[in-house]
Ligand binder design. Sequence first.
Ligand code: ZN
Length: 238
Amino acid sequence: MKLEIELEVLSAVCVGSTADAQGIGVDKATARDADGKLIIPGSTLKGRIRWECERIARALGWEVCDAPQTDNMCPYFWHHRGVSDDKYCIICETFGGSARHAALWFGDAALADDVRLRNTPVLQRGKSVSERRPFDAQIRPGVSISRARRAAFSERLFFTETSAPNARFRFRALIEGDPPSHKHRALLLAGVRALSLVGGGRSRGLGWVRVARGVLDGDELTDTRWKELLKPLEEVTT
Ligand SMILES: [Zn+2]
């Protein structure tokens, strides 16, 4: 199975990378690839899609383990419930866990379009400054609030780099692998379709995305095709 997805950013995203943060003097920078292009790391996508799939599986009444603590995940989750054999829930069978390999591989989501803004050189005294401060991003100040005292402290001022707001960036990602059954695949697709948030800063309106496009094994996923592919989820489980 080869699933290509295109995520449209509806607000702005900050998939934190503290490693890159120091270089540009912020507390949290957005993740970039070696060429400096904005990315959403595959591990972030995987975590988020896994979370959506767990939510859907529970809504369908399927018993799944409690990620992310290893002790609450398969197979330990079942050992605590008196199952002596190593058992894995549909989520672990798909996404893997500490004791099991994942059936799927999630690639980093890279910016789909070459950012027009970024490619426009901005010169200051004959030197390009757009290389130093890419126009695909914005620095946002934030103040952390003490929940106990409901007060903001100036020393808690922090800066976050996010993708440029309202730029409607599109990120393209590839998910590959062999889901064990149609049901596993359907659950994955349902989770992908439900994807609406990535990265941090939800309370500040960051991270809202929508899946704008999907291509499964070369076939464009129309609304009708999505519905067909999700059908195995409606089958009665035994
Ligand atoms: Zn599990």
